[in-house]
Design a protein. Structure first.
Length: 588
């Protein structure tokens, strides 16, 4: 039986063997739990509106047709974040360089900050902001490290990382040295994540380091020795290159940080090719854990021991390898309770000729790789990067969006059945732990092909559905506007901490409608080396009034509850003060 998802909630009659009569307000998720709803043509389309929005400056990252060293292939992330606290998502785009590039004065590529004009367009405010830097910037994460009410920016580089303090007036200041985060040696920072691992109300910082690659050791073009991939000469790595160790910085509460990597146990796994990190409370004990996607080696799950230390339990927990025990080339991460059982699950992207992982949280400290049984294991021809659990149609179930792009432009001249530029993928959550690849139904924003890397997810136009920002290697970015997702109901929650960190990272929100309970946590980092909207978004299907919104604040572990909340609004909830404001979507 095939039913149009948007029309279903307005239907009062369903025939399955015998006539079953229900009310007009029966949520779609109830039918799906009973196995009565199958996939239909999607009423949601993604359309790339980057050019119309003013996002026209291309990314610059290594050679276009040929990569001679691994830094040219890795790429970088980007960010959706509200830097000026006006309630609208702004955009931060990283940028790279050329190995042998000599740029005329004023022409070197830089990172860019775009202010949201609240009309679907953005203005480049990079020059005023002080964020424009030239270099190989790889990762970015957002958090208010000094609790002054303005979200700050931490930027990873192949070279030297930078902490930009948000001054609250549209400008940022490089405070790396004063904050104690300066690394004198040349390192390759990748993903990063702010978290409050000791629950003292101040945001700490986790930084992934990828490979030890000294620019002085890179040979000139005429003396490069190539490796091979399927017989084609390519750049080398990561295997055979020296991995690096990750870093955990503890926030001292006075604007400075202390490196506690060794003391905390973060160094115990040894050097790894770490790319992306994300922090969630995976075991529901009230303390934030850390999961790290690792390239070509076992991934890491740091369990928080509640005493300032962590233990890597990934192997025992079943989320270090594939289901057949193989190391994989982990790139990006998404976390959600996709089956609404009260435990956070993990989606991890990997290299071509391998499937991405969907690790189901069993609720007992272990995970099961359900990639094939869930339906997300049907694609293995892409190098997968950015990813997110996104309820793109607001039906109350988290779908998956995956961003792809190969690392070897040289394969364009081969017949491998793989291409350098790839489309995106969308997996629709069918309920009962099942997904279906619906990419072909999702519009030109999904089908268009790029060699993409970072992706951020958020509602940039505040219309009640989730849009996607994508970094494309040596191309302008894509801004994928969601058209149709807001035909069903939704709620969005912005949290402000008072006793906990001001950004409320680590705060958990549950949204209950009938016997259907969704949850999410405010988090920093994720996707691949990227930062998504810090607001939490929940689809509601046909439900117009939420029975319960429950907020659990991370430092005190206190729970605030709000009942009978109307759908289709953006709520701001401040710790201890309840709902302090609400905003309806703009009229068009």
């Amino acid at each position: 039986m095939s039913l149009q998802r948007r029309r279903f909630l307005g239907s009062s009659l369903l025939v399955l063997g015998s006539t079953l009569l229900e009310t007009l307000t029966t949520p779609l998720w109830k039918w799906r739990d009973r196995g009565l709803v199958e996939a239909a043509t999607s009423p949601v389309l993604y359309v790339d509106v980057a050019r119309e929005a003013g996002l026209t400056i291309p990314n610059v990252w290594g050679g276009v047709d040929h990569k001679r060293v691994i830094i040219e292939a890795k790429g970088s992330g980007l960010a959706f974040f509200d830097f000026d606290n006006d309630g609208w998502l702004d955009i931060y785009l990283t940028n790279g360089n050329r190995l042998d590039g000599q740029w005329p004065a004023g022409k070197a590529p830089t990172s860019h900050l775009y202010k949201n004009n609240r009309d679907g367009t953005f203005t480049d405010v990079t020059e005023k902001s002080g964020l424009g830097r030239t270099g190989w910037q790889t990762g970015v994460c957002v958090g208010d490290y000094d609790n002054d009410g303005w979200d700050d920016l931490f930027c990873c580089f192949w070279g030297h990382n930078i902490l930009f303090h948000n001054n609250g007036n549209g400008t940022f200041t490089d405070v790396t040295s004063e904050a104690g985060l300066e690394q004198r040696q040349w390192r390759w920072g990748a993903g990063c994540a702010f978290l409050d691992y000791d629950r003292d109300g101040h945001l700490d910082l986790f930084v992934c380091n990828y490979i030890k690659l000294d620019p002085e050791t890179i040979p000139p073009p005429d003396k490069t020795t190539y490796c091979q991939w399927k017989g084609v000469p390519t750049m080398c790595g990561p295997r055979g290159l020296t991995g690096d160790t990750n870093i955990l910085y503890r926030n001292n509460g006075d604007g400075t940080f202390t490196d506690v990597s060794e003391k905390s146990g973060i160094l115990k796994p040894g050097p790894r090719y770490s790319i992306t990190a994300v922090s969630y409370d995976f075991d529901n004990d009230g303390w934030p854990d850390i999961y790290v996607a690792v390239d070509s080696e076992p991934s890491i799950l740091f369990k928080n021991n509640h005493d300032g230390t962590f233990t890597d339990i990934a192997v025992m927990a079943g989320c270090a390898y594939s289901d057949n025990g193989h190391e994989q080339a982990g790139m990006g991460l998404a976390v959600a309770d996709y089956d609404c059982d009260g435990w956070f699950d993990i989606f991890k992207t990997n290299f071509a000729d391998d499937t991405c992982n969907l690790y189901h949280n069993n609720g007992d400290g272990t995970f099961t790789d359900v990639s094939f049984s869930s339906g997300v294991g049907v694609n293995n021809r892409y190098v997968a990067w950015g990813c997110g659990f996104v309820d793109y149609d607001n039906d109350g179930w988290a779908d998956i969006i995956q961003i792809n792009g190969h690392v070897y432009p040289e394969i364009e001249n081969t017949n491998f059945g793989q291409t350098y530029k790839n489309p995106r993928l969308v997996y629709r959550n069918l309920g009962k732990g099942k997904f279906k690849d619906v990419s072909a139904e999702m519009g030109p924003g999904i089908s268009e092909q790029f060699s993409s890397r970072g992706a951020a997810f958020g509602d940039y136009d505040n219309d009640g559905d989730i849009d996607v920002l994508v970094l494309n290697m040596n191309d302008p970015p894509s801004l994928l506007r969601n058209d149709g997702g807001n035909k069903q109901n939704w709620i969005k929650v912005k949290l402000i901490g008072t006793k906990c960190n001001r950004t409320a990272i680590g705060a958990r929100v549950r949204v209950v409608t009938g016997d259907h309970a969704q949850m999410d946590e405010v988090h920093s980092g994720g996707s691949v080396m990227s930062q998504s909207d810090l607001r939490l978004h929940f689809g509601l299907g046909g439900v117009e009034t939420i029975d319960l919104i429950e907020v659990k604040w991370p430092t005190t572990q206190k729970v605030e509850k709000f009942t009978k909340v109307k759908a289709n609004q953006i709520l701001t909830i401040r710790e201890g003060d309840g709902i302090i404001s609400s905003m309806k979507p703009p009229t068009k």
